[in-house]
Design a binder for this molecule. Sequence first.
Ligand code: 5RP
Length: 236
Amino acid sequence: MPAELSPIDKAKFVAAKRAVEFVETGMKLGLGTGSTAAWMVRCLAERIREEGLRVTGVPTSSRTAELARSLGVPIMSLDEAKWLDLTIDGADEIDPNLNLIKGGGAALLQEKIVATASDQMIVIADAAKEVGCLGAFPLPVEVIPFGWQTTKALLEETLVSMDVLNRDCTLRMNGDRPLLTDEANYIVDLHLKRIGNPRQLALVLNQIPGVVENGLFIDICDIVVIGNGDGRVTVR
Ligand code: 5RP
């Protein structure tokens, strides 16, 4: 274990290390995005270096692609891979049914495409990400820049029609400009506090013209690996 880790980094590291034990030689892997997923790429690089593990990764963002390249983890595009054995990624929230909110790092679109193209998805996280009900973390929705204000108004109207009480929607910024995703889209964050029916909301949001994808991952995650600051890990 790297020396001098803060409890939160230790929690992310031990979860990532445990999840990488699921990887077998010859696998095609989806490589998630975020600080926890970055630990997973480092742990994978270590197994490649030290055990001669042979794998190929499909990164879910330009950041992860850059990290994988810098550590000598072989990568290819999803179109080259076609189908993946396993994706390992982080999450912003995980509910008791293993439904997720993702996209805090603005990579939800590639993350959802890659996870859906995988036989299995393992989510790695620190214990604070486990929640009884999704929604305290703002739900990211990726929208195309054309007409984004109209799309945002439609999102708000949709939330009203669904009797959602907290429905504040904000455009994610990067300094004084809208944040751009890897696909050059915008992110609108929905501050809902509580999502009563995540499955229904995920379907309804994707019907709105201008919405590319939302950060609710329903029935996609198979296994969750939770790390704690004291080094304990639970798998469920
Ligand atoms: C990026 C994501 C990340 O997996 C999520 O935001 C968790 O990130 P971190 O591991 O840094 O807490 O969905 O779009």
